[in-house]
Design a protein around this ligand. Sequence first.
Ligand SMILES: Nc1nc2c(ncn2[C@@H]2O[C@H](COP(=O)(O)OP(=O)(O)OP(=O)(O)O)[C@@H](O)[C@H]2O)c(=O)[nH]1
Ligand SMILES: [Mg+2]
Length: 651
Amino acid sequence: MALLNLGIVAHVDAGKTSLTERLLYESGAVSQLGSVDAGTTRTDSMELERRRGITIRAAVTSIALGDLTVNLLDTPGHPDFIAEVERSLAVLDAAVLVVSGVEGVQPQTVAIWRALRRIGVPTVVFVNKVDRRGADVARVVDQLRRRLAANPVALTSVTGQGGRDARVRTVGFDAEPVVEAVAEIDDVVATRWLAGERARAGDVRCAIQRAVRLGRLTPVACGSAITGAGMPQLRRLLADLLPRDAEPDGPLAGTVFAVDRDGHGRRAWLRLWSGQLRVRDRVQLGGTRPQTVTEIAVIEPAGVLVRPSVSAGQIAAVRGLPARIGQHVGDPPRRHGYRFPPPTRQAIVEPVDPAQRLAMFAGLAELADEDPLVDLRLDEQQQEAVIRLHGEVQKEVLAALLLDRYGVKVRFSGTLTACIERVAGAGAAEDRIRERGNPYLAGIGLRIAAAPVGHGIEFRPGIEPGRLPPAFIAATEEGVRAALRHGRHGWPVTDCTITMTSSQYQPRQSRPHQKFDKSVSSVAADFRNLAPVVVTAALREAATRVCQPIERFDVNLPPQAVDTVMALLGRLGAVVQDSATAGGYLDVSGTLPSARVPQVVAALPDLTGGEAVLTTHFDHYAPVAGAELPEQPRRGHDPDDREAWFRAVPR
Ligand SMILES: Nc1nc2c(ncn2[C@@H]2O[C@H](COP(=O)(O)OP(=O)(O)OP(=O)(O)O)[C@@H](O)[C@H]2O)c(=O)[nH]1
Ligand SMILES: [Mg+2]
């Protein structure tokens, strides 16, 4: 049976969850149509999602469209949860980009569209809410062309839009405007078209299918998830136009895109690209030891069903693997990664009742394990938990999750700008066993060097294979990564390569009848604990620069406010790059440090009589120094005090 993993993506409130629910209902997967507003949809199943009517976590369901099984991934639209979308994109075969027929293309639509194109996900656009007052499908199609630079082809038409009776009709593949649009990008159709012959619907359909795969054409359908208008047409387009790959045979390969917990424990959600995974198979993930799969539940139109195995193309919830989001089994197909903007703010989380500190740490650690969005940085010495954030809603969600699940009430320190540290040059350091007060039975040499922006942290076990047991290499990497979470100035270090240049260990003592003796044999913890000391020394030589996030802003100013707002922007360190007048208003765009955005947002309503609209999004990191350095929420121990480190982490 052919399979399609289809993402439903869009800006917030476009109707993704309602559309998913409608597709489930129309295909018979649910017998009653759920509603977001009543908190009864299949995919918004978290208590908090139901209460707030927004999607927070991506959720998978499945429907049958004729001989095609479609797994639907309903994703969140709120920008605070963009990382969740990013993970879903990594496992999709195709996507439906939902755009509200009333609100039209939004900044978030643009961001998601760019990501889809960059990764090469075939996309169909669904213009939703044609039943709502103010809906204008033609305007949205025009926005797709102008703001997304898409090549849209409308395959449905609507009558009576803006009211409950809006009706959607199919536009045939052989209709004049469709053939004309396709002829522009397809030679087969163009040849007939130019010769004045009548186009064959089958040819046009195949041409669209090819063009969708290459991202050269975007089919557009419209309708309403609430009234059901346009659903038969959308279902047909999904079945007709999107790729259905034959199930590939081959070695086992899969990607973990979500982790959650149910009443029976932890589950890793895996999309299998090729091969087959069976219960009791032993699987290796990352550098860990092979683990045994204890249960497999496959997403099928009938539900999430416990099965003996999962095959290529399918999505399953797997138990037994300590998998983290983003990890791979085997060698998955290479996809061009796409990273959405990083979180640019951070806050300290504290229990309201100090006696709940341990319970809070345990809860946060579990949440961080399920959701890398909870970028938790535990400061063991100061017992603080710092969370990196995309926005305020994320705080609320985290607080509600901690309360609902773990009974811990928390509060946040004021939100601060989250900086990073970039490595300036190159540095190296080495610690050997029993030298310079090294209390660990481990010797490590490390070289650290700056890498291009966006490279991330790359660890290279540069020493000859076999020189050091793999478990010790893995422990060193763990220690290195942990150390890089706090650079010399306390911010996380990114974009560098760390190469292991030397190693020493004491082999396990294996005299007969003698028990393993930790005092004379190296253990993984020796490497995990020593690595940060060596990293810190190498970083001192390499030096790091603190960089702050800079946002791009666009603001639309009424004439009487131009002078005061421009003066304010100048004072706050904005760089104006462009300005143009339109309809008496001045459109200004440029860059501004993230840390200053709240001040602009707070001042604008008064300065402009509530008339200015400001939008901002992350642009880049730029070095910052001196008085401009944003406030640090916390300081760790002195990075150069080796003795303090050894005392804090005894062997
Ligand atoms: N009139 C009308 N309302 C709709 C339609 N689709 C969704 N809505 C309403 O729009 C609101 C948002 O719908 P959702 O389905 O939660 O939108 P979403 O895109 O999943 O939202 P997030 O997951 O929070 O990003 C709800 O109040 C829905 O009832 C539609 O076709 N017509
Ligand atoms: Mg939703």
